[in-house]
Design a protein around this ligand. Structure first.
Ligand code: CS2
Length: 496
């Protein structure tokens, strides 16, 4: 099997496409924080296409990892041993998969071990954009007040100015301060996380961090740095060791870090950059002044739809999204949630038909070639539920419309936290941002208090007696009668 590194690019298996440009001519122009599979299948794939165009050599990416520890070191070693090359397998619902080697990532820096290299990169005038996929919960910005929380231990540590930096806020703010002193233009900061108004949230986070250090710097960042909002979309499953073995077997490439994604891909950005940008419009990226409308449609249809099918899907014994879509009841629940509850609340972007949008999402979920994991979607729900479901619940409660499906979804989430399905088979969902007491409340505590835990508070559900009662009756029914019977009850009750 062919190994993957710069030296083997000219001898890849015939079914694998090599980067159609000379990597030695590239220079880093983008620093990316949080190099997960999604970034590698989405942004890096767009940049990779750009790099094949004339005059785009200055937009190579350098990945930056912030966490220390064994897993991060292993990841960095894998990147380096492959000269940061990896294969992207695109798995369409129908037709053959295609495999392409992505060459856009030029280097990978592990910040805890290479802080000086990270500083040098971020203060280089050639570095003109910093992009982020640091997860929905990684911004520490209160959705209600917009305030940045300075009490997270790593944030508090970086604010003391003592010892090595630990957070993206520390590195980026310090680099922006140095650029200001040296008269170097600031870079643009682009959030690529599934947050509503992600650019504004990023601005609140970085300006909030800087303000806590030095108000002048905060004001300067606020006035001089662009934080365009962006909508990102491409379903990208996790890759287990078995998945990697399957992918390498199929490609003939001994790739240690392969990624797989669906064919669909979308990136909509506001065209506000501090110091230039790649020719992304040439490779399918949409520049728009309607990103906020795109965002709300995407997170409230696709991401909320994912949660709606995932919780009952897991309890019913399924492990993949496409399997849950074959259940007789789950897609009915999903369709009803979207048609009756979500779509009537949305304002579509120009030229977007919401019914077409929903149908495309449902087709994407049914893609059998993807093997997308329900546990991937259920994990870190404490960060996802507030972004994907809160506004919908608030609006349902304000309008007095039928709240049974959202109440069922939250009840099913609480049941999933037990990590056992209705047949007693275990699965694993990680909840890094849910403390033990909140978790216990949600699983079996007083229902009003359960709905008042931090990730659910803003929805207002705990203040609504009928919602609380419905949630509690479904939570009990799930425990006593199981997901199948409870789902039938929900579907009967909402069929009219
Ligand atoms: C998923 C997303 O993790 C999740 O909850 O809904 O990762 C989803 O696959 C992407 O947002 C698709 O763009």
């Amino acid at each position: 099997m062919t190994e993957l590194n710069n030296g083997t690019l000219s001898e890849l298996p015939s079914n694998v496409a090599a980067p159609p440009y000379d990597r030695t001519r590239l220079r880093p122009g983008i620093a990316h924080f949080g190099v997960g599979n999604f970034h590698r299948a989405h942004q890096a794939s767009y940049i990779d296409r750009c790099l094949a165009l004339p005059d785009q050599n200055d937009w190579g990416i350098v990945g930056i990892g912030l966490s220390g520890g064994e897993r991060s070191r292993k990841k960095a070693d894998q990147f380096r041993s492959q000269d940061c090359l990896y294969s992207l397998t695109v798995a369409p619902a129908k037709g053959d998969t295609s495999v392409r080697v992505i060459g856009a990532q030029l280097d990978y820096l592990l910040a805890p071990e290479q802080p000086a290299e990270v500083r040098t990169l971020l203060t280089d005038p050639a570095l003109r954009i910093a992009t982020l996929t640091i997860t929905e919960g990684g911004y520490h910005v209160d959705p209600g007040s917009g305030a940045f929380a300075t009490d997270h231990p790593d944030v508090a540590h970086d604010l003391t100015g003592n010892g090595d930096l630990r957070t993206v806020f520390g590195f980026v703010t310090e680099a922006l301060a140095r650029r200001r002193s040296a008269g170097i233009k600031p870079f643009t900061v682009v959030s690529c996380d599934n947050l509503r108004h992600n650019g504004e949230v990023a601005r609140a986070a970085f300006v909030g961090f800087a303000n806590a250090m030095d108000q002048d710097l905060g004001a300067w960042i606020d006035a001089n740095v662009m934080f365009p909002n962006s909508l990102v979309d491409r379903i990208t499953p996790s890759v287990s060791a078995e998945d990697a073995a399957r992918l390498t077997q199929a490609s003939g490439l001994a790739d240690q870090i392969p990624v797989v994604a669906e064919e669909f891909s979308q990136w909509v950005i506001e065209d506000r950059f501090t110091d230039g940008r790649p020719a992304l419009e040439e490779v399918g990226v949409q520049f728009s002044d309607q990103v906020k409308l795109w965002e709300q449609v995407k997170v409230r249809v696709l991401n909320a739809g994912h949660l709606t099918l995932t919780y009952p899907g897991l309890l019913l014994g399924y492990r993949e999204v496409a399997e849950a879509m074959r259940d007789p009841q789950v897609p009915v629940l999903l369709g009803r949630f979207l048609d009756k509850i979500v779509l009537p609340l949305l304002e579509p972007p120009r030229d977007v038909d919401l019914v077409d949008y929903e149908n495309t999402v449902l087709e994407r979920f049914s893609n059998e070639a993807m093997h997308d994991q329900l546990t991937r979607i259920a994990s870190d729900s404490a960060s996802k539920v507030p972004v994907f479901l809160t506004t919908t619940i608030q609006q349902v409660l304000a309008r007095g419309t039928d709240h049974r499906i959202p109440a069922f979804v939250l009840a099913a989430w609480s049941r999933v936290l037990r990590e056992t399905d209705d047949d007693g088979k275990d699965f694993e969902v990680t909840e890094p941002r849910l403390d033990d007491s909140a978790r216990q409340l949600l699983i079996s505590g007083d229902p009003r208090e359960a709905l008042g835990i931090e990730p659910l508070r803003a929805s207002g559900a705990s203040e609504h007696a009928d919602f609380v009662a419905t949630f509690e009756s479904y939570r009990r029914a799930l425990a006593e009668r199981g997901a199948k019977a409870t789902l039938s009850t929900v579907l009967e009750a909402t069929s009219g």
